[in-house]
Design a protein around this ligand. Structure first.
Ligand code: NCC
Length: 273
């Protein structure tokens, strides 16, 4: 069983309504754009047995976790994180990607060209300003994701692409603040924490790899590049350290699993909430 306080913390995340934009909602219901927004939200009431979240940390290098990651029904990856050439450590299966709006809008990430953005489900997010009305955000997002998002949906990429309602991101931030003693900077949670909050609704359990740094911890930012930047692991703009403390509090795996193997396990809402 799970401790009462842990249960309460886990279930507090459940009450956040993580909404994706649909064509039923103003200003996306406007005739000129509505065809680009889906009628229904992400994953509906779908349930999955097991889900893996692959944080992009440098400590995945040399982990040999690939097979274990691929054994999950759903595998979530972030942004432009590759699998090709890294299969042994991170696996080769991708069913779901969460992308921030920089990855969708900046040509260097090749959102419209690369095959890593096809045959999967994609959730894109962009931060609005705190309490900003949706139509102001739609006119002036942080990075303008919409032209490429529209173009991506026009092609036959066998991909379901959703855009997060940015108000949900702030709801998630508020929930994180509730369980954090110090004042958080008013910056949204990372893609990693968003992914966790989304998948807990749908998975019996979620295994999250190298989000809590294992004994392989390194200054290297990502497993797929050489950049030295400890802030990627511990946070600078996103409230990463708080997110990770929150996630670690919900972990039911052993110390050996977390710090030697390299993942935390969190039971889905259906198990306790
Ligand atoms: O680095 P990023 O994140 O793409 O990583 C995805 C998620 O993995 C977890 N992570 C990553 C590295 C690390 N050493 N430890 C980790 O735990 C985090 O949970 C992270 O969310 C993002 O969240 O979208 C982010 O995106 C990058 C960047 O925009 C994209 O990679 C595209 O290049 C941001 N970096 C910059 O903008 C410079 C990063 O702050 C957040």
């Amino acid at each position: 069983g799970v401790d009462k306080n842990v249960k309460e913390m886990l279930c507090s995340l459940r009450s956040i309504n993580l909404k994706t934009i649909t064509r039923n909602e103003y200003p996306f219901s406007n005739e000129t754009v509505k065809e680009y927004f889906p009628k229904k939200g992400l994953f509906q009431n779908k349930t999955f047995k097991s889900c893996a979240i692959v944080a992009s940390a440098g400590s995945l290098k040399g982990s040999s976790l690939g097979q274990m990651i691929d054994s999950h029904e759903v595998v979530l990856r972030f942004n432009h994180a590759p699998t090709e050439h890294y299969e042994t450590d991170v696996g080769e299966k991708t069913t779901f990607r969460i992308l921030n709006s920089q990855v969708v809008s900046k040509p260097k990430f090749k959102f419209l060209q690369s095959k890593i953005y096809r045959n999967i489900t994609i959730l894109v997010w962009d931060p609005s300003r705190y309490m900003e009305p949706l139509d102001d955000w739609f006119k002036k997002p942080d990075f303008n994701l919409f032209p490429n998002y529209f173009e991506h949906r026009r092609g036959d990429r066998r991909t379901k692409t959703y855009v997060l309602n940015p108000i949900s991101l702030w709801d998630l931030w508020v929930s994180l603040q509730t369980y954090t003693i110090n004042q958080l900077p008013r910056n949204p949670p990372s893609s990693g924490f968003l992914g966790l909050a989304v998948l807990l609704h749908h998975c019996d359990y979620v295994d999250m790899f190298e989000y809590i740094p294992s004994a392989r911890v390194t200054k290297i930012c990502h497993y797929y590049d050489e950049e030295d930047n400890p802030a990627c692991t511990f946070g600078v703009w996103h409230p990463l350290a708080s997110e990770k403390l929150f996630a670690y509090s919900l972990n039911i795996a052993s110390d050996n699993t977390v710090f030697q193997t390299g993942y935390i396990r969190i039971p889905g809402f259906s198990q306790y909430c």
